[in-house]
Design a protein around this ligand. Structure first.
Ligand code: HEC
Length: 166
């Protein structure tokens, strides 16, 4: 019993054959992967790249002239004087500056609009800027048409001497 060796047979040619099969499958997978990757970088990747001889910026539309032209800020249309930048900062985030430039108000009128926007439209408290904004608006967007002139006052009336014409 003790000198009996376990009867283990190793099928060497069978093992070699199995290894060989697995190596063949592995190399086919690797070759396919390399081919796939090559196809990807040469065709698909290039498909999404701009043509090298077409500069990307060429398609962008020409930028409009920006800045201050003839005293008017071309971006907002605001008269670029005095405190205009404070007005731009506080008055153009909700609506176009056109609402301002197409409007004419006295200082009181402008203040009324600001109060209305604060009460109903969520305009914030302008703090010290309110006076600066009102200075600007009342100066540059004041009522143009004053209508009839104010009645004359403190006039020294005289009687026309008709005999002088004879
Ligand atoms: C928080 C948002 C907001 C801000 C900031 C704002 N407004 Fe307004 N404003 C509005 C809304 C909303 C209206 C109504 C718009 C409409 O009728 O289409 C309006 C309307 C106006 C109008 C037109 C009023 C009318 O009679 O039709 C003027 C003028 C105006 N705003 C001026 C200003 C000025 C000046 C400032 C800066 C002090 C300012 N807005 C800042 C929200 C705002």
């Amino acid at each position: 019993m003790a000198d009996r060796k376990p009867d283990i047979k190793v099928d060497v040619p069978g093992l070699v054959h199995m290894l060989y099969n697995q190596l063949t499958i592995l190399s086919v997978v690797i070759i396919l992967a390399i081919m796939g990757y090559t196809v990807y970088i040469t065709y698909l990747d290039a498909y999404y790249q701009p043509e090298p001889d077409q500069p990307v910026a060429a398609a962008a539309p020409a930028m409009p002239v920006s800045g201050i032209v003839n005293g008017v800020d071309t971006e907002t249309g605001l008269i670029a004087k005095g405190n205009w930048e404070i007005v731009r900062a506080n008055c153009t985030s909700c609506h176009s500056a056109k609402l301002i430039t197409q409007n004419r108000q006295t200082r009181e009128g402008w203040q009324g609009l600001i109060v209305w926007m604060q009460e109903t439209q969520g305009l914030w408290d302008l703090g010290d800027n309110e006076d600066l904004v009102l200075d600007y608006l009342a100066t540059h967007y004041a009522p143009e048409d004053k209508g009839r002139r104010a009645p004359l006052k403190d006039i020294e009336w005289y009687v026309l001497d008709l005999t002088a014409a004879l």
